[in-house]
Design a protein around this ligand. Structure first.
Ligand code: ATP
Length: 355
């Protein structure tokens, strides 16, 4: 459980590629945000990633989930993935391992447009694109159930099972409805593909129909995933809260990132409410741009702000979000958002605003 003390304990896993670059800026911003508050963050670095894996085979140590549960309030995560590990074994073990073993069943991905200049959509303003995607994060097609039969022959059979449990579907739906209620949001859309996935997604239909009657103040709707993506692009004003399964949530939130300025600015939280949870930018390790000081650190910085909300420090979280927003409005950004600053200069600029 989370500690009540004024010192919060944060595990930092910078990872691979641009992960360490953007995480360094997020840490800089966290320190700047709490400096004047009298609160304290105790940060502990973990060097898990491709280098360590190639050196000694370490991925996720068996005792790590219990250690995080017992000794930490949250995990700040960069990104994993390295061309030297084509199987991506270390990334799967560490990130999926933590999602599953810490039961981080909510993947929250806000898609908030910060500046009308950043969206590729025509005639859209900041207020038009403001929704959050809740992606189920522990089952579905990511459960790792399946197998390959007669591999590398013409008779090969490859199967990946879509696992949807009553408990898993119900709790992510509940989380989305409760989030909407708590934040006075009145539009919630559940998305699935129950017309084609007549077994796996029928349970989403049934549990959604049952639950929506408990939230009469919320206008809850349903869209098939293909139509949802079309509608997000055609008219994003329709959406406030979207809730969907693991794979569709991954895809929908990338579309969401695409219409708010790209992967560089999109944050996420892998959350088990009230328990140790993990916060990471939506982007991956982006090997082609690593080591050049050009990666946008804002996705990582906004993920750190989400982490502060999770540990119940909303004042500092809002201060970080405001500072990022101002930097964007002032054009103090990396190239992907049209600016000409380096990764660390963006971090310095935002840190300065906070102090
Ligand atoms: P993963 O599968 O691990 O999510 P991916 O293959 O989808 O990763 P990313 O690593 O997220 O891809 O990056 C894809 C491309 O997006 C990068 O090569 C880069 O051009 C751009 N990109 C991603 N993150 C950033 C960032 N923080 N700043 C600028 N550009 C970025």
């Amino acid at each position: 459980m989370m500690s009540e003390s004024p010192t919060k304990r944060i595990a930092v896993i910078p990872g691979d590629g641009i992960g360490p670059e953007v995480t360094a800026e997020a840490v800089k911003i966290l320190n700047a945000a709490v400096r004047k508050s009298g609160k304290k963050l105790a940060l502990t670095n973990f060097d898990w990633g491709a280098d360590r894996y190639l050196r000694d085979g370490t991925t996720l140590p068996p005792d790590a989930p219990e250690m995080f549960r017992r000794n930490y309030d949250a995990i700040l995560f960069g990104a994993l993935g390295d061309p030297r590990v084509p199987s991506n074994q270390h990334a799967a073990d560490i990130l999926l391992g933590l999602r599953f073993k810490l039961d981080l069943y909510v993947n929250a991905r806000p898609c908030y447009l910060q500046d009308a200049r950043l969206t590729p959509l025509k005639n859209r303003e900041e207020k038009d694109i403001h929704f959050i995607v809740f992606r189920e994060n522990t089952e579905g097609l990511y459960a790792g159930v399946g197998g390959i039969f007669k591999k590398n022959t013409e008779d090969e059979v490859a199967i990946q099972e879509d696992v949807n449990t009553h408990k898993g579907v119900e709790r992510i739906l509940r989380h989305a409805f409760e989030y909407a209620r708590r934040n006075n949001l009145t539009r919630l859309c559940m998305s699935d593909k129950s017309n084609a996935m007549t077994y796996a997604h029928d349970i989403w239909q049934r549990l959604f129909k049952k639950m929506r009657s408990e939230y009469p103040e919320i206008n809850s709707t349903h869209q098939f995933i293909d139509n949802l993506l079309l509608q997000i692009v055609r008219d994003p004003t329709q959406f406030e809260v979207i809730v969907t399964c693991n794979l569709f949530g991954d895809i929908a939130s990338d579309v969401g990132a695409g219409i708010i300025g790209g992967l560089g600015v999109a944050p996420s939280g892998n959350i088990n409410p009230g328990q140790v949870s993990l916060f990471e930018p939506v982007h991956g390790s982006a090997p082609p741009i690593a080591g050049q000081n050009i990666a946008n650190p804002m996705g990582a910085i906004l993920s750190a702000a989400m982490m502060l909300d999770h540990i119940d420090w909303p004042k500092e979280a809002r201060a970080i979000e405001n500072a990022v927003h101002e930097a964007i409005i002032e054009g103090k950004t990396t190239q992907d958002l049209g600016g000409n600053l380096g990764t660390n200069q963006v971090g310095d600029y935002i840190a300065e605003k906070l102090s």
